[in-house]
Design a protein. Sequence first.
Length: 324
Amino acid sequence: MMTTVLIALAAGAASALMFASIISGALISLVLFYLAPLPLMVAALGWGPLSATVGGIAAASGLGAIFGLPYCIAFVVTIALPAWWLGHLALLGRPATAAASAGDGAASGAPVMEWYPVGRILLWTAGFAALTTVAALLTLGGDAGAISAALRRGLLRIIGGRDPVASGDTEHLVDALVTIAPAAAAIVAMLTLTLNLWLAAKVTATSGRLHRSWPDMKSVALPQLTLAALALALAFCFTGGLLAILAQIASAALMMAYALTGFAVLHTLTLALKSRALWLSGTYAVVLVFGWPVLAMVGLGVADAIFGFRRRYLQRPPPPAPVS
């Protein structure tokens, strides 16, 4: 028990230091800030959600005592709460049905566990990404005009100060950035939370502390109602005002969730290709370099949710054996 508490406190201290490093303004501090949930997620997956709870409370208390209540609340909402809950969901499981147990577990004598679906964890991740983005924007103002004005002032200080001559071009650039900033922030939050959870799982699995089997990532699928939620969020994007900003954030987070399932679809549909590694590495490289091709992955994930490409592919009969 004492070991678990010490690990929890160490994880909380590391997470708090990484979170507070953003105050320095150094470029490396941005990387540390986005990786701040990682120590608590490792504690949650390796030593249980209670360990992440203890570490999160200790870290939030320390930040609140040193920097004030706003930093404490920000840490809890953006770092501690997602790390604890996602770690809890990843370890959530129950014994499989009797039929499934008879299929595989009974033969080996080991109990067969049915773990919480990765697709639902991905949906929770999108929810936390939207929540943290909304919370950050609401600190800038209570309505769309105030939020846009605050974003505009900040971007003008960053961009306009570097190029005071091209004021007209700067104005247009700032207007464009203000428009896409909420959605871009949600995308970054979604990707960083997903990356942190994956890294934490890899670390605990490598050390032998992961108390669940590694999931089949190619089978990741979002719940069916997610598609309706995405359609509704996209519809509200055209309303205007604060509601439109909130809808843009929700749409961006859900679209990134479908992009990740799109990559899972791609991994499945290329199973039979001889040049599979080349196709996959080329796709990842294009997406990382250019960014916008990720929309193709979003489309693939949505299309799979509607038409069931992976299910149809896996249900195909195997090709006939070659005649000797």
